[in-house]
Design a binder for this molecule. Sequence first.
Ligand SMILES: [Ca+2]
Length: 361
Amino acid sequence: MNTRLALVPFSLLFVLTFFMNCAQSSSHSRKPVTAIQIEPAKKSFKLGEELKINFQTKLKEGKLEKIELSIDGKVIQTSQNLTNAVVVKTFDFGVGKHIVRSSVYRTDGISGDNYEEFYVLSNTKPTKYSYQIVAEYPHNVNFFTQGFEFHNNVLYEGTGQEGTSAIYRHDLKTAKTQTIYKLENKYFAEGITILNNKIYQLTYKNRMGFVYDLSSAKLLNTWKYNSNEGWGLTNDGHSLIMSDGTEKIYFINPETYREERYIQVSNDLNLVKNINELEYIKGDIWANIWQSEMVVIIDPQSGKVKGEINLAGLSGTILQNQREQIDVLNGIAWNQVTDKIYVTGKLWPKIFEIKIIKIEN
Ligand SMILES: [Ca+2]
């Protein structure tokens, strides 16, 4: 092989790439930039702490029109100085991840954005709970549980995966299950909730929810939501309350399907991600944490975790007598009529009625 010939195209390519990079970076470097520095220099703050954000803008060329400083998309200060500072009271923003942005506009239309983020964590330690099994009921081992809810003393279950997505009605006493609705095989259904005589159901990746008439089981409507994925669903009597696998929980108007607000879930150490199946119980939101045996009790206003229920060992009681593969804990249902709490999991052979027990520290 002639090495000299082989090297020529390579060197040409190198020179070309070099000039292209230079051209790109020179157009890029004309943009104004802002160094954003948080004081004290850390990422996470406890709710109630104050922080100062310093902004130092370099214009490089051109004339400054204005600088807009925003947090979570909301402008908090507009300035015509290159040096700016903002004091943030974390109570004003609440727990969760917050995005700081500096947008610098020049009079010639060139602008530049820079970003920084900070986290606000809960200022209270969650109360810890363990559990006791009160009763056990059979559960179909083919049910990939995604939604679990009582309505008028009747237990409803929504199941997932393509081909097996459906809604069922359980009779715990007789262990009989009735199919209410079977979805087309192409859909992977997720959480369900019942509100105003309608069943609402999410899908995993279709960014679409289904609405059925509770009495006739007829499909009434579909709606689109903003989240990339649909996970858990419950309601507080007014709003649909939805999780999407992140630390966020959304409150959705059941008539207009408008997302009215969201909370971010945080305990005193971390944001809590993988929020899965939900249950609204006496003013709190209970949530499974995906791939864990933990259920958290969340304040629906602030997103703060008030309690942590460790259900460790529950799936173990099944595995002792069971050879088949089971999946994760998923499904919390509270019977309002009897004030009893039931949990199950994907492909679990049992539904457990449990009682939670406060652990004294
Ligand atoms: Ca539920």
